[in-house]
Structure formats: structure tokens, C-alpha cells
Ligand binder design. Structure first.
Ligand code: SF4
Ligand code: SF4
Ligand code: SF4
Length: 338
């Protein structure tokens, strides 16, 4: 356990699926050779297979205190970086005859392959976006699995980092992480993963994926800081819950589950008794705590609709962006980076 723990809360009711977060991370941290296929931040449409493809069925984590065997995802399952025929189109003088396309045949998977596909049947089809980063878990399976002790939690903030000097590229961490959020850089033969933007945090600047998010849905802060929105959403209001808590790693990324419209009945009226996203599906992602969280959010929303006020709804609306970063609200443009 670390002395303190930083956490992120993502309100799934506000995610636009725009991937600004994904690109903010990519352009900041994974532009080197060997990192082409890495998306430390990914956003998937749920229900869907996600990235790597079918990650929820790949095992890892803990069950009854014992390590659960896990698979190592392949490059293909992550959805490799596709090669396009740029040269042919832009430099070959064939621009009018040739279309931009992926080289070497049709791709059959990619990191955002099942975008907007969703589940259910019209008119009761549904989907929502699920952004994912490393959870900086309190019981990290990746740390437990590494025989080189090359992964650890920082004492001061609980961020899980790889010590690349110690890493020998054994990849047990990739098998062990049940969220499949560790990547392998085969150019330098090291495991690499989200670092929660600790160099930014050390300058008082929120992580890039959170700061750039136009939806204002990613709260950041120390869990024990009672003034932070993270603390209030997780500990006080209990509306932000971990994804797949049954994986046993005690994640520190928490989600406000998506509020759920009612189903349309055959006569076109709303069926007040039936939610469109099946409760069993939400329970499979967030456990019963997810459904309990939803009930609290919906109750507070109704209070506001009836003309009342709600601290919770004000927190989720985020009237002022700086209020959602637990003090990490420095403007990166004003700092001198070394
Ligand atoms: Fe480790 Fe995976 Fe947890 Fe991140 S999400 S700390 S990589 S077990
Ligand atoms: Fe990338 Fe930083 Fe977000 Fe992690 S916290 S996914 S390193 S931008
Ligand atoms: Fe969702 Fe924000 Fe990422 Fe856009 S930037 S996909 S709104 S989390």
C-alpha cells in the first residue's frame, strides 16, 4: 500500500467518444518507435469486445486471494498500427486513381473497431462509451507477477510505474493484469504503461487525458482529500465505482455508471418499469454497487427536476473545470518544462 492514493473518476454520462483523451496521451507519451500500437488511453463502445479484443475474458487478477491465470494479449488483439499506402497516394502521381487504404489486405480488428455498434434491438438499442486507462490498483496484479520487482507503486501517490532499468521484458505483468493495460515495446524489449502523467502532476498539472477532455468528465485527486471531487464522488456520495471489482485488484479509476433511459413499449410509450440497458449487464461491469450508484444519481436528478438543489448534481455538471482536478489545476502553458 502507498501512503496516499491518487484516483480518477470518469462520469460515463458525459463521454462523447471523441478520443481527444486518447490522442492527448498518444501525442504526449507514446510517439517513439515500438510504441505505434500503444493506446494507454482507449475508449470503447459498450457492449463491445474492446481493446485488446475480448480483454474481459482473458483472465488475470485475483480470485479468493489467489492469482488467477491470465492470457497475454497479442498485437493482433490490440489492433496493430495499420500501414496505409500514403506514398502511393501522395507521392506516386496516382492520387486520382488510387484511394487511401490499408496495405497488406483488409484489417479485421482495431482499437476502436466496434465503435457505436452497441447492443439491444431497435428501438431499444443502446450503447455508451467506456474510456480506460491503467487503474493504478491498490492490489496490482502486475506488481505481484513481476519476478524482477520492476513494477511498483509510488509511495507518495500510489501511481504504478515500470522501472525500465529493471524490466527484462518477461511480460508476466501483461498476463497478470486483468484489464490488459500493459504493452510491450519490442524495440527496447520493455513493458510500458500509463504513468498517470506523473511528470505533469509533479508540476501541479492534471493528466493530459483529463485536462484535454472536452466533456469535463474526468475528475482527478487524492482519495483522502475531503475537498476533492474525487473524494466526494467515491467516498461521500458513493456514486463512482470500480470496473470489474471482482478482478480483485482494487482499482483506483472509478466510474459513474450511465443513467438508463426507459424502454419503449410496442405502442411507442415509455415503459417506466424497464430500463433500456439491462441491469444484469451493468451489474456484470460494476457489480451491485454500480446499480446502487445509479439509484443515487437518479434520485438526485429527480430532486433537481423538482426544483431543488443537489451538491452531487453540481459536482457532476462541473461548472468550473478547475474544481475537478483536486488542486492539479496549473496551466501547462505557463510552466517551464525540463
Ligand atoms: Fe497493474 Fe493492470 Fe492494475 Fe494497471 S490496471 S495497476 S497494469 S493490474
Ligand atoms: Fe496517458 Fe497520462 Fe492519461 Fe495515463 S493519465 S492515459 S499517461 S494521458
Ligand atoms: Fe470521452 Fe473525454 Fe475521452 Fe472525449 S476526451 S472520449 S469525452 S473521456
Amino acid at each position: 500500500m502507498s501512503k496516499r492514493q491518487l484516483a480518477m473518476v470518469m462520469d460515463l454520462n458525459k463521454c462523447l467518444g471523441c478520443h481527444t483523451c486518447t490522442m492527448a496521451c498518444k501525442t504526449q507519451w507514446t510517439r517513439d518507435e515500438g510504441q505505434e500500437y500503444m493506446w494507454w488511453n482507449s475508449v470503447n463502445t459498450m457492449p463491445g469486445k474492446g481493446t485488446p479484443k475480448g480483454w474481459e475474458e482473458m483472465g488475470g487478477g485475483f480470485e479468493d486471494g489467489e492469482a488467477r491465470p491470465g492470457q497475454m494479449p497479442t498485437r493482433q488483439q490490440f489492433g496493430e498500427a495499420w500501414e496505409f499506402n500514403y506514398k502511393e497516394v501522395f507521392e506516386g502521381g496516382q492520387g486520382k486513381q488510387t484511394h487511401l487504404q490499408v496495405k497488406d489486405g483488409e484489417p479485421d480488428w482495431g482499437p476502436n473497431w466496434d465503435e457505436d455498434q452497441g447492443g439491444g434491438e431497435y428501438p431499444n438499442s443502446y450503447f455508451f462509451y467506456l474510456p480506460r486507462i491503467c487503474n493504478h490498483c491498490s492490489e496490482p496484479a502486475c506488481v505481484a507477477a513481476c519476478p524482477r520487482k520492476a513494477i511498483g507503486k509510488r509511495d507518495e501517490d500510489g501511481i504504478v510505474v515500470v522501472d525500465e532499468d529493471r524490466c527484462r521484458g518477461l511480460r508476466f505483468c501483461m498476463e497478470a493484469c486483468p484489464y490488459k493495460k500493459i504493452y510491450f515495446n519490442d524495440v527496447i524489449a520493455k513493458a510500458q504503461k500509463c504513468i498517470l502523467c506523473y511528470p505533469r502532476l509533479e508540476h501541479g498539472v492534471a493528466p493530459a487525458c483529463a485536462r484535454q477532455c472536452p466533456g469535463r468528465l474526468r475528475h482527478v485527486g487524492f482519495l483522502d482529500d475531503e475537498s476533492s471531487s474525487v473524494h466526494k464522488l467515491v467516498r461521500k456520495w458513493k456514486v463512482a465505482v470500480p470496473l470489474h471489482p471482482e478482478y480483485g485488484t482494487a482499482p483506483n479509476v472509478f466510474y459513474v455508471p450511465p443513467t438508463n433511459p426507459k424502454r419503449l413499449a410496442a405502442d411507442g410509450r415509455l415503459d417506466q418499469s424497464a430500463p433500456r440497458i439491462p441491469a444484469a449487464y451493468l451489474r456484470s461491469l460494476f457489480g451491485q454497487a454500480g446499480l446502487d450508484a445509479l439509484a443515487i444519481v437518479e434520485e438526485e436528478m429527480q430532486k433537481v427536476r423538482d426544483g431543488g438543489t443537489s451538491e452531487l448534481i453540481d459536482l457532476l455538471v462541473v461548472y468550473k473545470w478547475s474544481g475537478m482536478f483536486g488542486g492539479f489545476d496549473q496551466d501547462p502553458a505557463t510552466l517551464r518544462w525540463v
